[in-house]
Design a binder for this molecule. Structure first.
Ligand SMILES: Cc1ncc(COP(=O)(O)O)c(C=O)c1O
Length: 374
């Protein structure tokens, strides 16, 4: 129950047993084309798709390296570890971030972002971390932010690493220029692949202004794809097979069904955990459906609690990051998550509380069960 890597279906694991192929062959071209088409379906976009053999951070870096030049002004809401890392990266590459800081667990009011756009005519891009994995906080106004970027001629870049496949993200409808994710989270595939979508405008800019990088230079990926449906460098072929099968599963389920399933499981988690006595870390209007972050109760030690869950009940939960270490725990509600995972996790948490001498306030399991059966 980690916020990544998540459980991977057997079909996806088995796909990795496919014999190795030459990445300069028709077999690979067919595989790559199919992955691109299916990724477009899942991202709800007609934009170009690049499939990188990297973890999510490779995609984060690619989005900065290919778009941001020295002294470019970039707006970025900052409210957790991953948005801080992204803002620091933009500055390290010579960009000038205008950080809209909000307390962890809260999102900035959109008016603050509008104000920065009004006061600065030279904004190159708005970067956002859609789901701040470190705090269980999701930005709920992406569509409006996309409109704002369009109105001000700025690129809209979305880090969707911990959310795509588990919540709404219609890339074209929301005017997202660059969107990236990683396979080990809500897509329920192994780690190692990072798909990115790039709009026509962003692609044109990247081709005209390529970065000095070799591996993360998107101009090369566009050229190889349009010339021969290949990648410029050796891709992780076995992971491509796994990702293809994960996409098949997502398309069979349907994105709307998948999003509803995540929402229902998240509601059951929040209701059940609150009944046990925990309070969610994030504000109600910004709570994530894919990462459930809870404040610890007095008397529950982070290390003891998660060790007990892991060794006695075989349930893995994540702790807090940085300043939240020891203060919150996080439950991944992603990918394969189902009623079974919700009930088993709540049962393990409830039992662990009792073992640690903290009595649950109410019966969280029946509360969660009611939500799941609604
Ligand atoms: C929002 C976000 N961005 C980026 C990353 C980095 O991804 P990776 O660990 O796959 O490099 C993560 C990882 O959890 C994340 O949650």
């Amino acid at each position: 129950m980690l916020p990544g890597p998540t459980n991977v279906p057997n079909r996806v694991i088995n796909a990795m047993l496919t014999p190795m192929i030459n990445h300069r062959s028709d077999d690979f071209r067919k595989l790559y084309k199919d992955i691109v088409n299916k990724t477009q379906t899942v991202f709800e976009t007609e934009n170009d798709i690049v499939v990188l053999t990297t973890s999510g951070t490779g995609a984060v870096e690619t989005s900065v390296l290919n778009l941001i030049k020295k002294d470019d002004a970039v707006i970025i809401p900052v409210n957790g570890e991953f948005s801080t890392r992204l803002a620091d990266l933009i500055d390290n590459y010579g960009g000038k971030t205008i950080r809209i800081n909000s307390p962890y667990g809260q999102n900035p009011p959109i008016e603050k972002i509008e104000e920065v756009f009004e006061k600065n005519s030279n904004i190159k891009a708005l970067y956002v971390v859609y789901n701040e994995t470190s705090t269980g906080t999701t930005l709920r106004n992406l569509s409006k932010l996309g409109d704002l970027c369009k109105a001000h001629g700025a690129f809209f870049v979305v880090d969707a690493v911990s959310i795509l496949g588990g919540d709404e993200l219609p890339v074209d409808k929301w005017n997202v220029d660059v969107c990236f994710t990683a396979t080990q989270k809500a897509l329920a595939a192994p780690p190692g692949i990072a798909p990115i979508s790039v709009s026509k405008e962003a692609k044109k800019y990247m081709i005209e202004n390529p970065p000095p990088s070799q591996y993360l230079n998107l101009k090369r990926y566009f050229k190889y794809y349009s010339d021969s449906f290949e990648t410029p460098f050796t891709p992780a072929v076995s992971l491509f097979y796994a990702y293809q099968e994960a996409l098949n599963i997502i398309i069979e389920e349907g994105m709307q069904n998948r999003i509803s399933r995540h929402r229902k499981c998240a509601n059951a988690f929040y209701s059940g955990l609150e009944a046990l006595g925990f309070t969610p870390f994030a504000d109600a209007d910004s709570r994530s459906n894919v990462v459930i972050a809870l404040n610890y109760l007095p008397g529950i030690d982070d290390k003891k609690f998660r060790e007990l869950l892991s060794t006695k009940f075989k349930v893995l939960l994540a702790g807090g990051f940085g300043e939240l270490k020891g203060k919150v725990f996080r439950v991944g509600c992603m990918g394969e998550v189902s009623s079974y995972h919700v009930m088993r996790t709540l049962s393990a948490i409830s039992s662990s509380m009792s073992i640690l001498g903290v009595q649950p306030i109410r019966d969280g399991l029946s509360v969660a069960n009611n939500v799941l059966n609604q």
